[in-house]
Design a protein around this ligand. Structure first.
Ligand code: FE2
Length: 142
């Protein structure tokens, strides 16, 4: 391995480690968030950033280059590259489930508002009925 190759490999490894540090911050924020409305954008961000990060690692000058330069790590490189697809699929599935939940929560809220409006009308009807009963001469005084 030439000095130039070694230097390029170290620079690439350093860039990847910096991306890992940024991802850790995002993951920490996501782990703290259980409010669905705020979790969805974090999952969207994670899906986008993971895809870009894995692209960097899988680029010709990324892990494949390291595997060529250091063949003893080739098997481990294959293993981590294979995990990328599984992570992307898993985060994508979580995001779709979370988005469906947001839609469902919105529907439930709309239906709750509709029930509230109908209950309001129902109570007005009852109040009017009580008022009418109270002011109606039942003829019992005769
Ligand atoms: Fe990575």
């Amino acid at each position: 391995m030439s000095d130039r190759d070694t230097r390029a490999s170290h620079e690439r490894a350093e860039a990847i480690r910096e991306e890992h540090a940024r991802l850790r911050l995002l993951l920490a924020e996501m782990c703290e968030e259980c409010e669905l409305a705020r979790l969805v954008p974090l999952l969207q961000q994670l899906a986008e950033e993971l895809a870009l990060h894995f692209e960097t690692e899988e680029a010709e000058d990324g892990f494949p280059a390291v595997a060529r330069l250091q063949p003893r790590f080739a098997a481990l490189m294959e293993e981590v590259l294979a995990e990328h697809r599984a992570f992307l699929d898993e985060v994508g599935a979580l995001l779709r489930r979370a988005e469906l939940c947001v839609v469902e929560v919105k529907r439930i809220h709309e239906e709750a508002v509709a029930v509230a409006n109908r209950l309001h009308e129902h109570e007005i009807k009852e109040n009017d009925l009580f008022l009418e009963i109270a002011t109606t001469d039942l003829g019992e005084a005769d």
